[in-house]
Design a protein around this ligand. Structure first.
Ligand code: UT7
Length: 323
């Protein structure tokens, strides 16, 4: 028998306020047509004044617990992927832990920017396979609206806020690709590219800072690296793209998603797409897409999913899992 980290529940939270492109056009030198054709984004959710990453993480976690029919007392660990932690410390994961009235287990943040959820899934899988935890709550939660320069049209039209959560549980498998749960992971980073996408603040500057991005350079890397890591993860899972039911990509840009699907030889009908409604929610984008994919009736038990993401670092990676 082989231990597998299997999905037991999923949920999400989106802030109430929605900003359509038409609202941004009023204050920026941009057009709805530019935003849609260059990125695929039509609208995004933005956190309310005072609404934090941990608030959204708690809401998404509660939804995931409900879908798994677990209570917070059933969870051994929380891994929270975020680049917009409420505070420098303590971790937003421990704030979520307190918000769930969870006194047992352990919680920590993981920071790999837009690739954060893929890194978090891989780490949660490792916690389960190494028998450090039986049930792990894996959350992606972000409030990028608070690190966006709202006068910079090249970045502010692209991002949004939200949170998604998944519960992974240790179950027995037979060790073949027919198993449910995480089947392979593939992670990479290369810090030489740090200037392509970064926040110009932090402890070193004693400011929060704003997101800065050389979009077209990141685009170039994304198109090349996402297909590559996806192929690696499929090979590790002893699968090919023909086995994939759903690509669940990081939702940064429809053109990057189309290119990845094309390179993998898969039609857009096999992609869970939320970029039009959420924009780029960084580490929250994949768990949001998973939760919405299930709610739409797209993702079903037994489906093979390929999650793939890239972001600041650069950091990128993929996870293959059977739902
Ligand atoms: O999640 C982390 C990973 N991040 C990403 O994956 C983002 C990757 N990059 C992208 O998605 C795209 O590069 C963007 C959507 C950011 C930009 O699309 P692009 O086709 O690469 O455009 P560009 O950056 O090359 O800019 C083209 C033009 C520029 O004008 P000039 O220099 O050609 O005259 C920009 O100034 O578009 C201009 N521009 C805008 N025009 C209208 C930039 N932002 C805007 C805007 N409205 N909001």
């Amino acid at each position: 028998m082989t231990c597998r980290a299997v999905v037991a529940g999923v949920g999400h939270y989106l802030p109430e306020r929605v900003i359509p492109n038409s609202e941004l056009v009023k204050t920026l030198d941009t057009t709805d047509e530019w935003i849609q054709t260059r990125s695929g984004i039509e609208r995004r959710h933005i956190a309310a004044e005072g609404e934090t990453t941990s608030d959204m993480g708690i809401a998404a976690a509660k939804a995931a617990l409900e879908s798994a029919q677990f209570s917070a007392q059933d969870i051994d660990a929380i891994v929270l992927a975020t680049s917009t932690a409420d505070l420098t410390f303590p971790s937003s994961a421990t704030i979520v832990q307190a918000g769930l009235n969870m006194r047992q287990g352990f919680a920590f943040d993981l920071q790999a920017v837009c690739a954060g959820f893929v890194f978090a899934l891989s780490n949660a899988n490792a916690l389960i396979l190494s028998e450090q935890a039986k049930r792990v709550l894996v959350i992606g939660a972000e409030t990028f609206s608070k690190i966006i320069d709202w006068t910079d049209r090249s970045t502010c039209v692209l991002f949004g806020d939200g949170a998604g959560a998944l519960i992974l549980e240790a179950r027995e498998g037979i060790g073949s690709s027919a198993d449910h749960g995480v089947l392979s992971t593939d992670l990479h980073s290369d810090g030489q590219y740090r200037d392509l996408l970064y926040v110009d603040g932090g402890v070193a500057t004693q400011t929060t800072g704003y997101l800065r991005m050389q979009g077209n350079q990141v685009f170039r890397h994304a198109v090349e690296k996402l297909a590559q890591t996806a192929e690696n993860a499929l090979t590790k899972a002893r699968m090919t793209s023909a086995d994939v039911d759903w690509i669940v990509p990081h939702q940064a840009n429809i053109r990057i998603i189309q290119s990845t699907a094309r390179k993998l030889g898969l039609p857009m009908e096999k992609v869970v797409l939320t970029v039009q409604d959420h924009g780029n929610t960084s580490a929250a984008s994949i768990p949001l897409a998973l939760s919405i994919g299930v709610a739409r009736g797209q993702i079903k038990v037994g489906d093979v999913l390929l999650a793939t993401a890239i972001g600041g670092g650069l950091a990128w990676g993929s996870v293959v899992l059977r739902w």
